[in-house]
Design a protein around this ligand. Structure first.
Ligand code: HEC
Length: 144
């Protein structure tokens, strides 16, 4: 498992001209996320972000999502989701059902083409609660 993720990092590192620089900012291995304070969602995926609507969990979700994003996503997608060009700018992912569907697709499968791992998968390392927390944090970033 660990080796696979390290390999993924190496492959991504040689694939993107700037990735070497970006990877220096963080560890390549997906990091588990402490989601205490959020309700347990179970194995089955929610169809849409359960923390997006203002409610008693939103603030905690943004807080968890902020640190989890910085640890796991920022090295490719940029700080505060502002892309430096290595990977898509996640600020433009619509904060709606379709955006959520695409988000789930990517974090479940990563992005692999011709055997090259452009993005590792995160499901299995980060819980559903942790991934929706990241999604909530991304939703909160202004588009400009
Ligand atoms: C090793 C670099 C890397 C890391 C780390 C990474 N991504 Fe990605 N991500 C990419 C690349 C490259 C793409 C574009 C893939 C493609 O279209 O083929 C992408 C695409 C996406 C997309 C689809 C965006 C779109 O507009 O199509 C989402 C959503 C996404 N990533 C979320 C995340 C989240 C959330 C994390 C952290 C948990 C993360 N990524 C970590 C490289 C990365």
């Amino acid at each position: 498992m660990l080796k696979k993720f390290l390999m993924a990092g190496l492959v991504a590192g040689t694939t993107f001209a700037f990735a070497g620089q970006a990877l220096a900012h963080g560890d390549v291995t997906p990091q588990a996320v402490d989601t205490s304070g959020l309700p347990k969602l179970g194995e089955e995926w929610e169809e849409t972000n359960p923390f997006r609507e203002d409610g008693k969990y939103k603030a905690r979700a943004v807080e968890i999502g902020s640190s989890a994003y910085n640890q796991n996503c920022a090295r490719c997608h940029g700080l505060q989701a502002i892309s430096g060009g290595i990977a898509p700018d996640l600020r433009y992912l619509e904060a709606d059902y379709e955006g959520d569907e695409w988000f789930i697709e990517r974090v479940t499968n990563g992005a692999v083409r011709d055997g090259k791992v452009y993005m590792p998968k995160f499901v299995g390392t980060i819980s559903q609660e942790g991934l929706w927390a990241i999604r909530t944090y991304i939703d909160e970033q202004p588009e400009d």
